[in-house]
Design a protein around this ligand. Structure first.
Ligand code: OSB
Ligand code: MG
Length: 369
């Protein structure tokens, strides 16, 4: 697969509902899309870096710069046999995993299209449908929070995740649990607590949460192990797992008993699959995280979620929860049972609306061999 050209685009998409976490509020997404052009095929990747370096140290502008100056030159004009061959070509560049993932994943899409198989099959997927959960931002008001949970429970989602932070936690969990004693419920602190909060976090054991996601520092899994010893609820690691070595170390340390795998956070499908394989071998359940993706990243998350170790509902939900109109057609929809069908047609299985992308584009740069 000769890489003839790579097109970088930044699109701007307003969210239908602001998304509030302990690290900030998002109302409009700025998304870097990568289109790899090879021998008449267009393949796509989405960079999940945020508008600010608040979730991780990457942001769209750093990703743009690194993609343009460091990543594209390493691939352009080359003949690449598989998505799996991309990481070694980008190895000299340290970090910048979300930027790398966008380009690597586009080449996996290219490989799937050129082999005429589904991306899910190429990745090693075995499921026909995936189980879906939702991540609900903080409303900072309990009646409003309950109304949002109500809507998603009624829609059929199999797991509800509540964002939380100090001052907006136990009372809110209690209100949700009181109303829905039996739903699968979890929380995500996005690193808002410290080890000195251990007794407070241990008091959440009463809410029977499936997991507590990344309670402590974004770059830590040592102190998470100290916390895990003091609470019954399982810790789930998100931010701090950058690669397969982190995953192995965190499992060995008992820093968490569930892993959230985000393909952008770990630098692409190759690393995501490696983490999945380690977790499966160690009986650690994994689920697919989300980063407020457009349709392009969303359908790639569906493909990844079809791997056998993804045994818990992920944060992969319907397009309409995020966008008034997505950039794929049809949009991603979820059944009343809270499931999404894994596409079986070639590539991602969801046609991309290039005209709509063009209409949303605020900057575009095509680099050819
Ligand atoms: O921590 O999982 C997270 C969104 C942006 C950044 C970090 C996270 C999230 C979510 C939303 O929880 C998941 C989604 O609905 O896409
Ligand atoms: Mg998280």
């Amino acid at each position: 697969m000769k890489i003839d050209a790579i097109v970088m685009r930044e699109i701007k998409m307003p969210l239908v509902h602001p998304f509030v976490t302990s690290f900030g509020k998002t109302t409009d997404r700025r998304i870097l899309l990568i289109e790899v052009q090879s021998e008449g095929i267009s393949a796509w990747g989405e960079c999940v870096a945020g508008e600010h370096p608040y979730f991780s140290d990457e942001m769209i502008d750093t990703a743009w710069l690194i993609t343009e100056h460091e990543l594209i030159p390493r691939l352009l004009g080359k003949d690449i046999a598989a998505g799996r061959d991309v990481p070694e070509k980008l190895l000299q560049v340290r970090g910048h995993r979300m930027a790398k993932a966008a380009i690597e994943n586009a080449i996996w899409d290219l490989e799937a299209q050129s082999k005429n198989i589904s991306l899910a099959k190429l990745l090693g997927g075995t499921r026909d449908t995936i189980a879906c959960g939702v991540s609900i931002g903080m409303e900072m008001d309990i009646p409003k929070q309950l109304a949002r949970v109500e809507k998603e429970v009624a829609a059929g989602y199999q797991r509800i995740k509540l964002k939380c932070q100090p001052g907006y936690d136990a009372e809110m969990f209690a209100a949700v649990r009181e109303r829905w004693p039996d739903i699968l419920l979890s929380c995500d602190a996005n690193s808002a607590y410290q080890l000195s909060d251990a007794a407070h976090i241990a008091s959440w054991d009463q809410f029977n949460l499936l997991m507590i996601e990344q309670p402590l520092w974004y770059d830590d899994f040592y102190f998470h192990a100290q916390l895990q010893k003091q609470i019954k609820t399982k810790i789930c690691l998100d931010e701090c797992i950058r690669n397969r070595l982190d995953a192995q170390a965190a499992i060995d340390l008992d820093s968490g008993r569930i892993l959230n795998i985000k393909v952008g956070r770990v630098g692409g499908f190759t690393e995501a699959i490696a983490i999945h394989d380690i977790a499966l071998a160690n009986n650690i359940p994994v689920w697919c995280g989300g980063m407020l993706e457009s349709g392009i990243g969303r359908v790639q998350n569906i493909a990844l979620s079809s791997l056998p170790g993804f045994t818990l509902p992920g944060d992969v939900s319907a397009s309409a929860r995020y966008w008034s109109q997505d950039i794929i057609e049809p949009e991603v929809t979820v059944s009343a049972q809270g499931e999404i069908k894994v596409p079986t047609s070639a590539g991602s299985g969801y046609p991309i609306m290039v005209d709509r992308i063009e209409a949303l584009t605020v900057r575009k740069h095509r680099i050819s061999a």
